[in-house]
Design a protein around this ligand. Sequence first.
Ligand code: BGP
Length: 480
Amino acid sequence: MNKGFPKDFYWGGATAANQIEGAWQEDGKGVSTLDMYTGGSLHQKRRITLELDPGERYPTHEAIDFYHHYKDDIKLLADLGIKMFRLSINWTRIFPNGDELEPNEEGLKFYDSVFEELQKYGIEPLVTIAHYEFPFHLSKTINGWASREMIDHYVRYAEVLFNRYKNIVKYWIPFNEMNCLTLSQKAYQAGGIIYDETGELINLTKDNAQLRFQALHHQFVANALVVKRGREINPDFQFGSMITHLTFYPLTCNPADIILATREMQMKVYYCADVLHRGYYPSYADHYFRQEGIVISKEAGDDVLLKENTVDYCSFSYYMSVCVSADPNQEQTGGNLLGGVKNPYLVESEWKWQIDPIGLRYTLHTLNDRYQVPLMIVENGLGASDELDENEEIHDDYRIDYFQSHIREMKQAIDEGVPLIAYTSWACIDSVSLGTGEMKKRYGFIYVDKQDDGTGTMKRIKKGSFDWYKQVIETNGENI
Ligand code: BGP
């Protein structure tokens, strides 16, 4: 007999502060890195600005104004029936510049109220401590995570959260999608790094691998330190790794393709999770650093700290798989997040991400085989340009199909022995897209009337997928 979902499975929804809260300067909040990031589109990249540019759009400034709508929004999510809500704390609400010694009480009060609402409905919070929202001041003054000084600032911030919420929050994610920092185009987003080695604005330069991998070392140490301090404050805390799982496939069974896919998986996907789960740098990374001339500067005690403070569970985002080929004549599609070669067996989303539900089951198996800890899918969903019909309704059957096919694979993976404990879909409510800064790329079960030109009433409307997901949760995925 098939097992199906465990009875205490965490069906949920995920968000990030910068993509929903807005109120970017209210109640003492400082400026975060993403507040200085312009809006973009599928064809135009977002841009870092050192000063606000009046001709630009800054999507995080208002976002969907969760800051003033959180009570109604959480009520809607409770109606959806979710058991877990993934949210992030905006560091700059707590420490506006990042280097203060005392936290901003007003900022903490906001999260007190959010947690209170969640508790009212029995929804378990899953808290990301840093979802790309770093204090912009620290980027300007010390170049973000390129500097080791970030560790102290971050640990001080995390400790405030641990002490304040020790009886409220159990599940913590220290960093969102840590492995994004292995990708050159993500230095700013994932590391708050503004300048390259020569002091030039990072927008203008191509690579900065030395800075990025050093920054990642600082994040590894910071991660280990907060795991250590967190467990001292409450031994029941559970900490997770969090990577974006881009599942790389070899395009063919040519052994050269297999090796290429393996190498891509190592440095772009597993690297960070390997360090966080095993507590040491993998040998393939040492080889990569030698090859690229990268030297990681470590302090005495770092290695022991990493070894002694590994994480409890493995969480990841999953949106797509990517094909790679060793054949230089294969056309690179430029689709997906990282390009790659088109997979003839898959269809792609409007934003050209290759949709691959079976790849999710494959991913669950590989992560289970590798780490042997509980797994959480903390992001998965379909970005689409939903349109309201004449009755102000959205019939997003394409989203239902997407979720249905992925949840089926999760169920099968559980039957096949994978210890999956949570699924927080991205994003349970429409929000600003991280990659493009658009509102148009919508993910939610709940539509928000906010448009890219700044218009919209902020009204919330349940989409067709809302009722569908609600019944999935009610039946614990039995009829999927
Ligand atoms: C992940 C991020 C999220 C989220 C999601 C969807 O990488 O952790 O913050 O936004 O991707 O991506 P996008 O918003 O670019 O469609």
